[in-house]
Write a protein that binds this ligand. Structure first.
Ligand code: GDP
Ligand code: K
Ligand code: MG
Length: 291
């Protein structure tokens, strides 16, 4: 049996969350075209007959500008330290030199596999050129080309990873559980994802979601959540004219939450203003961002 931790690193929008979902065949990590969507480190446990891999998605690597950012980068640092194998994910159409600088800067102590992503959006010659570029780098034990959108195959993806994983007993017994985080967390993330989808400018970055009630009833699950924003004007936009926006967020989120929980859901959303929550240690803790 092989068992170990495989952590996915990369610049914002490289496709880390999409890859994690493809690997698990389940939507665990929220995805959006906006940078800094992922704020937490999500561990996903994949248990097969001959191996157990604990994948972890991380926030993109950035320069912190406020305390929430610092918490996000702490989770990247933690992920650097407990990996057996690192996946360094690159968007094939991004600047390769820039990615190389960033990967070298990680000072990785574990074997790294460079995965060139989004090959569905580049021609074969360019993909080959990217492979050649990264194959020359010291940190790259192996370079592979993937499309997280299309999914990954055992031969190209899992086989090279397993080569670098240690032999050992599985870390998690219960082959049923696919994450170390509670359902409540994923529910709040699905609501947050809709805010990234439906609102613009600073709003998604000034927003977080707090689940206040999560109750299993006879025929459905009742969920009450607060959408926290920094300003009154943001609250107005999130509620929308005649409550149109909040209703749309609720409808889209409920559909995804029902698919995730495999249960009928009654979802109630409120919008609350908490000025400067992103820089307040106590509030960050309350909203689930690290210690
Ligand atoms: P993250 O910031 O690294 O977690 O990236 P996301 O998973 O949120 O993806 C960023 C954007 O890239 C989203 O719009 C995805 O739909 C898109 N994306 C991810 N993987 C692929 C891929 O294989 N091909 C293409 N064309 N787009 C992708
Ligand atoms: K993103
Ligand atoms: Mg992400």
């Amino acid at each position: 049996m092989k068992a170990g931790f495989v952590n996915i690193f990369g610049k914002p929008n490289a496709g880390k969350s999409t890859l994690l979902n493809a690997l698990m065949g389940e939507k665990l990590a929220i995805v959006s075209p906006k940078v800094q969507t992922t704020r937490h480190r999500i561990k996903a446990i994949l248990t097969e007959k001959d191996y157990q891999i604990i994948f972890s998605d991380t926030p993109g690597i950035i320069q912190p500008q406020y305390k929430l950012h610092e918490k996000m980068m702490q989770s990247v640092k933690n992920a650097l330290e407990d990996a057996d194998v690192a996946i360094l994910l690159v968007d094939v159409n991004d600047n390769w030199e820039e990615n190389d600088t960033l990967f070298s800067g990680l000072k990785l102590k574990v074997p790294a596999i460079v995965a060139i992503n989004k090959v569905d959006k580049a021609d074969a010659a360019k993909v080959q050129e990217a492979i050649n570029f990264f194959e020359q780098k010291d940190y790259a034990k192996k370079v592979i080309a993937i499309s997280a959108w299309k999914g990954v195959a055992y031969e190209t993806f899992f086989k090279p990873i397993l080569e670098f994983l240690p032999e050992g007993a599985p870390f998690y017994d219960d082959s049923e559980s696919i994450s170390d985080l509670p359902e409540k967390f994923f529910v709040s993330e699905l609501i947050r994802e809709k805010i990234y989808e439906l609102t613009q400018d600073e709003i998604p970055y000034h927003t977080t979601v707090l689940i206040r009630e999560f109750k299993e009833k006879l025929t459905l699950t009742k969920i009450v959540a607060d959408i926290i924003v920094q300003r009154e004007s943001q609250k107005m936009i999130l509620i929308g004219e005649k409550g149109k926006m909040i209703k749309q967020i609720g409808t889209l989120a409920r559909a995804d939450i029902e698919a995730f929980l495999d249960r009928k859901v009654f979802l109630e959303l409120f919008v609350k203003v908490r000025p400067k929550w992103r820089d307040n240690d106590m509030q960050l803790k309350e909203y689930g961002y690290g210690i």
